[in-house]
Design a protein around this ligand. Structure first.
Ligand SMILES: [Zn+2]
Length: 409
């Protein structure tokens, strides 16, 4: 016998970027959407059988396309320094808590951008893994000897090519992460660093990764590092500060994803006292404005933008930073529905999740319930009314055991 549930949504945002719908009746059969239609009162439906969310907005589960689960985003310097050197056993409760934070903010799928021990990837393979969050992990990223990237990865051996190094990678990884520039400068405005790898080296990695169905995500700032990654066929550009118009046009043409991590700059500005001496507040604020300008342009050009927070970066907290990043998308000119598309279905595509991110007939009935009208969003994502998984309310939502974790800060 099939189980049928009816849900009345006050408003529905389906993740396609299309207009917000109001008074929508969701018919769910065996955990999947069997109908999504305008609600017509007195349509032969027994209203006692309908779950009434007419005071709520229903939207797809969020996807954070860029986090680092081993770091907490704390502004405490001792805590950050500890997280950078802590071993797997010390970081396990930290990673676990971050997954709970993500889940409680409606982030049901997340891509970890790497840590130097491959800890997030190892954690996913244990029974401690959060049962209701999908984690895609790159393990450890690759960078060139002597260049930026040591915090989240390692470098190929002496005389070893990048593609050969990737070839001895843990096969459990979901995507390959390559670092192809320096850190975006918060001291010198618009400073561009040399690329770490050539287009040919990156192309080899893309071709090799494709043989096992893996995508390549590339940390890149500045025109040349980004240009090479796009030309090589890499799937997503992470950060992309100061990449410029030509790269955005190329990304639109080649369907490359961009994960702009704008909030990182706002968080640096807000927590400037904790950033350290290698920074200039005015430069950080100009970086933020420049990145918002690039995002506005990306929207106009039709670039595939997936929302990612870089949670774990200073002041960028797991879960709640999604709301902050979404607000910045709106500031750059994205409508609420377009912002939610970047934070849901675009992220799902980038992570390779087919049955996730769009609320349409035939797909899994996995969604978030936010109390209030769409005008309350994205703020209300931090106080969700409910989370539904395959047609059923999650039993785990709000049952978040808070432990005393000294490493967390
Ligand atoms: Zn990152």
């Amino acid at each position: 016998m099939s189980a049928t549930t009816y849900i009345l949504a006050g408003w529905l945002i389906d993740g396609s970027g299309g207009p917000v719908q109001d008074k929508v009746l969701l018919k769910i059969v065996d955990g999947r959407f069997a109908g999504i239609d305008k609600f017509v009162p007195g349509d032969g439906l027994d209203l006692d059988q309908v779950i009434d969310f007419s005071h709520c907005t229903i939207l797809p589960p969020l996807v954070d396309s860029h986090v680092h689960l081993f770091m907490s985003g704390t502004t405490s310097r001792p805590a950050r320094e500890h997280q950078l050197v802590a071993d797997y056993d010390q970081l396990r409760p930290v990673i676990s808590q971050h997954l709970h934070y993500l889940f409680s903010h409606g982030v049901l799928a997340v891509r970890d951008g790497g840590d130097k021990g491959g800890y997030a990837l190892a954690f996913r393979q244990t029974k401690e893994m959060h049962p209701e969050v999908i984690l895609k992990a790159v393990g450890r990223g690759w960078h060139l000897q002597g260049r930026y990237g040591g915090l989240i990865g390692r470098c190929p051996g002496q005389g070893e090519s990048l593609v050969a190094a990737c070839g001895r990678e843990d096969q459990a990884i979901d995507q390959v992460k390559v670092v192809n520039s320096g850190f975006n400068s918060i001291k010198v405005f618009g400073l561009e660093t040399e690329p770490q790898f050539s287009t040919a080296e990156l192309t080899e990695v893309v071709v090799a990764a494709a043989k096992t169905g893996k995508k390549v995500m590339v940390h890149a700032n500045g025109r040349e590092p980004v240009r090479r990654a796009i030309l090589a066929g890499c799937h997503s550009i992470e950060h992309g500060f100061f990449m410029g118009r030509e790269n955005l046009e190329l990304m639109a043409e080649k369907d490359t994803f961009w994960v702009p991590t704008v909030f990182t700059m706002k968080a640096f500005a807000a927590n400037f006292a904790h950033v350290g001496s290698h920074a200039d507040l005015q430069v950080i604020e100009k970086n933020l404005q420049h990145q918002l300008g690039q995002l506005t342009l990306a929207r106009q050009l039709g670039v595939n933008v997936a929302l990612g927070t870089d949670a774990g970066s200073l002041g960028v907290l797991h879960g709640e930073s999604m709301v902050e990043e979404m607000k910045l998308f709106q500031k750059a000119g994205y409508s609420l529905a377009e912002t939610i598309r970047c934070a849901t279905s675009n992220g799902a595509r980038l992570l390779g999740l087919d049955d996730f991110g769009l609320l349409v007939k035939g797909k899994a009935a996995t969604f978030l319930v936010a109390r209030g009208a769409p005008s309350q969003l994205p703020r209300k994502l931090s106080y969700l009314e409910s989370i539904y998984l395959n047609g059923q309310p999650s039993a785990l939502y709000r049952k978040n055991p808070v432990k005393n974790i000294t490493t967390q800060g």
